[in-house]
Write a protein of this length. Structure first.
Length: 341
């Protein structure tokens, strides 16, 4: 199969898996796993933070951050397309008693004025505006990159009003690969930030949440409470270290392949709208007389190609380690045949 469904389905390479064999191990809960400690220290430096903590998933990073930063009845300001709202099982409410106040940004990117208007005045009747969340890159915005000036402006408004700032950096390194802006600069004005290893970096699972030492101490307690504490976590951390050493350049390749595929798909008849392709995600809509997204998925699957339906007439294609230029050519060719019939 040519799997363009998501970069979350990237398969670890043989060399990545072999890196596990010789890695030193210990009990993570006792602070004795040297490989995990090495990974945490390295990512803390990468993100410009005092400390970092290894989590089993990005969703856990988000939910632990919510639990540490917020209290029941607090409100988080985020875009309506955010992962926290759409793909985490309502956990801010279920686990932390926190509600979300959504903004209608452009491709997942909102403005400082949007934030200013959303912040509630203090009142015993209203939720308390507590945290601002930015998703870099914006998944449902087509992998859109938050420009630095926008990040600086929205975080300034948040700070001026006493809000916590949190970055969902699941695909932050895709943005870094495209802009050559350091991850630490993107993360500078956020109280907490995380990056994912199971997407473009190709590890089997794992994410790192970073912030102050005090924040990470509190995050460890929440990780423990949610059942996320591990033992010889170096087995997983080794693959993440391998990814940092060997797969960073892959992010640029993924971005370039997506740009090439997107440019060609945009020219296919019955494709009426494509979100700007800035990183490794391609999202496009179909004419009303074209096959539905579900039908497109089914027809391509019969040809050994996997893509995602993200609405009745919206399709998502994602590049990662799973696919190469040949796979991209086949995808464009088969999609053209379907939409030209």
């Amino acid at each position: 199969m040519y799997d363009f469904y998501s970069d979350t389905k990237s398969i670890p390479t043989k060399a990545m898996l072999e890196s596990i064999i010789s890695t030193p191990l210990g009990d993570e809960q006792k602070g004795e796993d040297p490989t995990t400690a090495k990974l945490e220290k390295r990512v803390a430096k990468l993100l410009g933070k005092e400390a970092a903590i290894f989590m089993i998933s990005g969703t856990m990073c988000n939910e632990v951050a919510v639990k540490v930063h917020c209290e029941p009845g607090n409100e988080i300001i985020c875009d309506e397309t955010s992962h926290l709202l759409n793909y985490e099982c309502g956990s801010p409410a279920a686990l932390s008693g926190v509600i979300l106040r959504t903004l209608n940004g452009v491709n997942g990117i909102f403005s400082a004025e949007d934030v200013r208007r959303a912040i509630r005045p203090y009142s015993r009747y209203m939720p308390i505006s507590k945290m601002l969340l930015v998703e870099q890159t914006a998944n449902l915005g087509g992998g859109a990159i938050w420009p630095l000036d926008e990040i600086d402006s929205v975080t300034k408004v948040a700070r001026d009003h006493g809000l916590i700032t949190h970055m969902d950096g699941a695909r932050l390194l895709n943005a870094v690969a495209k802009t050559n802006i350091k991850a630490s600069r993107y993360a500078r004005d956020f109280d907490s930030v995380w990056i994912d290893f199971s997407k473009g970096l190709g590890a089997p699972c794992g994410a790192i949440l970073a912030g102050t030492s005090e924040f990470c101490d509190k995050a460890w307690r929440q990780k423990q409470a949610l059942g996320g504490a591990m033992r010889q976590s170096g087995v997983l951390a080794a693959t993440c270290l391998y990814a940092l050493d060997n797969h960073i350049e892959q992010q640029a390749k993924d971005n370039n392949l997506a740009a090439s595929i997107g440019e060609r798909i945009a020219k296919i008849p019955k494709v009426i709208k494509m979100l700007p392709v800035e990183t490794n995600i391609i999202i496009f809509d179909l004419e009303h007389d074209a096959p539905t997204a579900k039908e497109i998925v089914e027809k391509l699957q019969k040809k050994g190609i996997l893509v995602g339906a993200f609405g009745e007439r919206r399709v998502r294609v994602v590049t990662c380690l799973n696919v190469n230029e040949k796979a991209g050519d086949i995808l464009v060719s088969e999609l053209s045949k379907i939409l030209n019939n």
